[in-house]
Design a protein around this ligand. Sequence first.
Ligand code: GUN
Length: 304
Amino acid sequence: MGQARILDGKALAQTIRTEVAEGVRQIEAQGNRPPGLAAVLVGDDPASRTYVTMKGKACREAGFHSVQVEMPEDTSQEELLDKVRGLNADPSIHGILVQLPLPAHIDEMTVVRGILPEKDVDGLHPVNAGNLVIGLPGFVPCTPLGVRELLMRSGIETAGRFTVVLGRSNLVGKPLALLLARKGKGGDATVCLCHSRTSDLASICRQADILIAAIGRAHFVKGDMVKPGASVIDVGINRIDDPSAKRGYRLVGDVDYAAAEKVAGAITPVPGGVGPLTIAMLLRNTLESALAAAGQHSAVTPKG
Ligand code: GUN
């Protein structure tokens, strides 16, 4: 018997995807190319394949030009870089996403650096990461953008609120902390970036008005780590064995949902919370890239 408001990321993602599809109609009505996204998959990790397939489907539904590039596990770094260079030079492509993780023999940062910053809709290129640090326009990683969007559109005030981000990854924790600490709408939070070496983590979490878990460990956040009435955002997607489930596993977040929802004021479910927003924001970033290529400012989102 929970009391928390459930933050429906799936419904919000659908709303954003509809807005993006409208943006695509407008850009085409003005005689421009539709946004084009290339997703590159190296090897055949099943989870990565699922994500890339979902991204391709979302692109087509929004009216994008969608390219899926599949390369074998033993692709060399140079072959992958060549492919990226080709996509950089292709005017029908506005966004390039190389699905991570890459096979161990390929250096991820070398590949990310090979993507033109203007097409790095994942926001992982050092130029985009640096722009986020100093508050200049640039692409911001999609999951942090999705979290901010969910907070804003759910009416959860961030200004002045003590916000704990658990996890310091380049893809989620670090950019999210920077985004929420930025000046302006959806920002102005007082951010504490915690990680596996943080002392007294539970007591810090218990002070959070907004608690965001992106630590990659199933059910890490227990009910007694949540301040009564807090907003709890669960970015985790962890597989745990479940012989009774159809595939033998089920997906759970970084938060012990059953316990946390009894204490929290608002909470995201897993699945159906942050996950769907990542793809929606990828589409929005790609639309913005296409608008920029057409010489227009974004009609969809402030860069902030
Ligand atoms: N692997 C897991 N999440 C992501 C993401 O957002 N982008 C890329 N490129 N790879 C990922």
